[in-house]
Design a protein around this ligand. Sequence first.
Ligand code: BES
Ligand code: MN
Ligand code: ZN
Length: 499
Amino acid sequence: MKIFVKKGKLVDTKSQAIILPLFEENKKLSGNALEIDKISDGLISELINNGDFEAKPSQISVIYTRGALPAQRIALVGLGKQNEFNLEKLRGAFAKIMQHLRNLNIKEAATEINLDLLPRKKDQMAQAVAEGSLLGLYQYTPFKTVGREDLKEMEQLTIVADEKDFSLIESTIKKAQIITQAVCFARDLISAPSNEMTPAIMAQKAQEIAHRKNVSCRVLNKAKMKEMGMNALLAVASGSNEEPKFIILEYAGGKKSAAPIVLVGKGLTFDSGGISIKPAEKMDEMKTDMSGGAAVMGVIMAAADLQLPLNIVALVPATENMPGGSAYKPGDIVKSYSGKTIEVLNTDAEGRLILADALAYASELKPAAVVDVATLTGACVIALGDDVIGMLGTDDKLKSEINSAAQTTGELVWELPLWESYHELIKSDIADYKNSSGRAASTITAAAFLSKFAGDSPWVHLDIAGPAWTTKDKTYIPKGASGVTVRLLVEFLRNRAQR
Ligand code: BES
Ligand code: MN
Ligand code: ZN
């Protein structure tokens, strides 16, 4: 769907549906709702006064105007109580109303960012409206062939704005479209099954991103990784017939001398567990074990399209984890790219192995900051639930930057401790470290393991095992891949770049 910004007033706008978000307290209408109500001889107030519409969060009512307005319908959507309002409610409301209109087979709608109704900065409001609408309307359909003609799609949302807000809203919407496009790009990659999203195909997607200005892509193949000594990554890949790829996407938008921000994303295109094989139930969901990799690719895409004045590198170690005659085995010891040795006690703790090599590579780039994103541990879902990102790291400032970006984007982040005592748990009897130390605090021990390879730069690890994939619809995250951390990291980068 495209969003257009147009000068004018909602009351005068010809549209299949004009969308009016309302608070529970709006029994006495004001602003454009009042104006529309007056012109339509009380269409809205009649509904409200009779108790049909209470403006509960995401409650919806669609009224035909029968010629009282140029618009064919008024679509009311509830925002809940005014004092409980936040941008998440606005995203949710717009996701719900747009999905509702799409289901009615409506192709086009209009709305207005009205300050009387929405007590926040207009650009934040406009961004949330765009995000809720575009992310909520996401559908993954490339493999549907039967009944394709019945798929419904919204084509256009018009945001009307007055003269003085027009340029602010227009530029905000442009940015929001860039950012949501990157989220949907990540969702597409994650949703694709592993036979259609192999390491080689992921690398090809990265090459496509590199068609942008100031973006370049290099892909290391297996022979190159062997030569370089990326043996932890190669060990994970050894059971698979798919060749692993080490993807290096670089966006050079900053000064030549400026240290890069390096984003590392776990790119397990399928995690069977390897010889320490997973149970059959839900194993299909392990096609999403490259969600971190897809996210950091999306972030580079958005950063380039937004022309952020920063240097950013995305690293995606991409491989399958499969059992096979040449697969790595419990008890094996590998010498990682950093030179440190790792005893593999569980081949299903593969994410930290490929990240170990990627983080060691990252540290060679003398980065200003390193953030890794990974569907790393089932334990993170047990600790924090399906919706929350686990955060661990070594740098308080970087953690607080991530936290404040998360406040804005509505992605939920919670920090777990990385105390000295946890580091004891990952020491191996016969190698430097072991890749698994059992169930106790295993999200933390995984991060403690990663810290050994992250070098001295400020580093934060985000465990997205919970929120990367959802099995039920959540307002603007339809069932499936969420694209979580794309918006979060773009916001973090925009704050660094001060735009
Ligand atoms: N990719 C999984 C973690 C995961 C589990 C992500 C569920 C999303 C949903 C990871 O590679 C894994 O298997 N972790 C193991 C580690 C254990 C063997 C130490 C886990 O969490 O069970
Ligand atoms: Mn695993
Ligand atoms: Zn995994």
